[in-house]
Design a protein around this ligand. Structure first.
Ligand code: IMP
Length: 387
């Protein structure tokens, strides 16, 4: 069964950890990263080692799984070269990596433009993502395949020579796997609230993080995306500028940042932290058509005496369009009793969970009218518990 793994908030929901664990339990034929570029920072801890992926799909930890950097992504060739060297230096085999010939190339001028403009006004990662996608849409972009007809600097040439063997028409391979009914996992970057069309525009990224993009960008039938698995943290974080109704600018926000290690894995920026926002989460769950929900980092909230959850907004609809005005939304909270810290490595079943944690999960399920299928209580594979 194909699966598409997407973030339900503003990114950093631990998608890669979930993908790695699901791919470990039931290895797919291939994993495809379908949007964004090296603005993402996906962390996986396995066998006591920490791996950070920016452009390379998280599935590479299994050497039998083919990993595809899809046609809808944008690629910084020099950074990808460095990433591949770093991962092979950690002992991973990247023999099964493929790069779509149709992915667009992030050029030095894209990075310079991003750094001098949108990095300050939107809080982008400064990786040249927006200018590269702008060039693509303006039909002025350079695709990976076009690199071979260009005069380039010696540094870039070295990186291109290195990645050349990985370049291929990935649509052909994917269509073949789809027709043969072999399983494909699609890995989304960022999250629904950063989606260019449906997020908190203009404070968004430049691609569709929506699961539908997994099919359209790779040139596949819509039915290829299979089961949509939406990932949400048990609280909310955001990096960069833009609306965040439940943000906590106080000691609880600082506590969550510290315990949850909420610092960007791409830029190192401290993440803004806040309570779980069920209005936002329901919006994301409904638009993404989520089949299964994974609630991550629940352990981080342990020992917070009272947990607040946003269940409604005041004064938030535009009178003309009825759009949610995220920047004006004033959250209304329900207060739930917190739960104590435990040795999470010894917890494997619903019945082992602290009662107040069970209450928190049930409360979220009742609000969303949807089951939470998995929870995650730590960075290791073993800490993903099926409910
Ligand atoms: P860009 O994607 O670099 O253009 O940045 C646009 C917005 O998306 C900024 O607020 C970034 O912080 C945010 N963003 C981009 N990638 C990620 C990610 O992987 N996790 C979280 N936020 C991200």
């Amino acid at each position: 069964m194909n699966k598409t793994i997407v973030g339900l908030q503003w990114g950093d929901e631990a998608k890669a950890k979930v993908l790695d664990t699901l791919a470990f339990i039931s290895p797919p034929k291939c994993v495809v990263r379908f949007n964004g570029g090296n603005n993402a920072g996906h962390t996986v801890v396995a066998n006591g080692k920490k791996y950070i992926f920016h452009a390379v799909p998280a599935g590479v930890l299994n050497p039998n799984v083919e990993c595809i950097i899809g046609s809808g992504t944008v690629v910084d060739i020099e950074e990808l070269y460095k990433e591949i060297l770093a991962l092979t230096g950690q002992g991973l085999s990247l023999a099964n990596l493929k790069i779509s010939s149709h992915a667009h190339v992030i050029l030095p001028e894209h990075k310079a433009l991003d750094a001098s403009t949108t990095k300050n006004t939107i809080g982008t990662t400064g990786r040249g993502i927006g200018p590269c996608y702008s060039a693509k849409i303006a039909r002025k972009g350079l695709r990976v395949i076009d690199l071979f007809n260009q005069q380039l600097t010696p540094d870039l040439q070295e990186a291109i020579n290195f990645i050349k063997p990985f370049i291929t028409n990935t649509q052909q391979s994917l269509l073949k796997y789809y027709k043969e009914d072999r399983s494909i996992f699609f890995e989304g970057a960022q999250g629904m609230m950063l989606d260019i069309d449906n997020g908190t525009y203009p404070y968004v990224t430049s691609s569709n993080a929506h699961p539908g993009a997994a099919a359209t960008t790779n040139g596949l039938p819509c039915s290829s995306i299979g089961e949509v698995i939406g990932i949400s943290k048990a609280y909310t974080t955001r990096v960069g500028l833009g609306p965040f109704p439940t943000e906590l600018n106080d000691s609880i926000g600082d506590y969550i940042r510290k315990i949850g290690h909420e610092y960007g894995s791409t830029t190192g920026r401290p993440r803004r932290c806040g309570w779980l926002d069920l209005v936002q989460l329901k919006y994301a769950v409904e638009m993404a058509g989520v089949d299964q929900i994974v609630l991550t980092k629940l352990d981080v909230l342990a020992d917070v005496p009272e947990i607040q959850v946003c269940t409604a907004y005041q004064e938030h609809l535009d009178p003309i369009s009825q759009d949610i005005l995220w920047e004006k939304a004033k959250p209304c909270y329900k207060t739930l009793t917190g739960f104590p810290k435990k040795d999470w490595s010894k917890i494997f079943r619903w019945d082992d969970l602290p009662t107040k944690m069970q209450d928190y999960i049930r409360f979220i399920e009742d609000y969303l009218h949807q089951k939470i299928n998995y929870i995650s209580l730590g960075p290791e594979r073993e800490s993903l518990i099926e409910l």
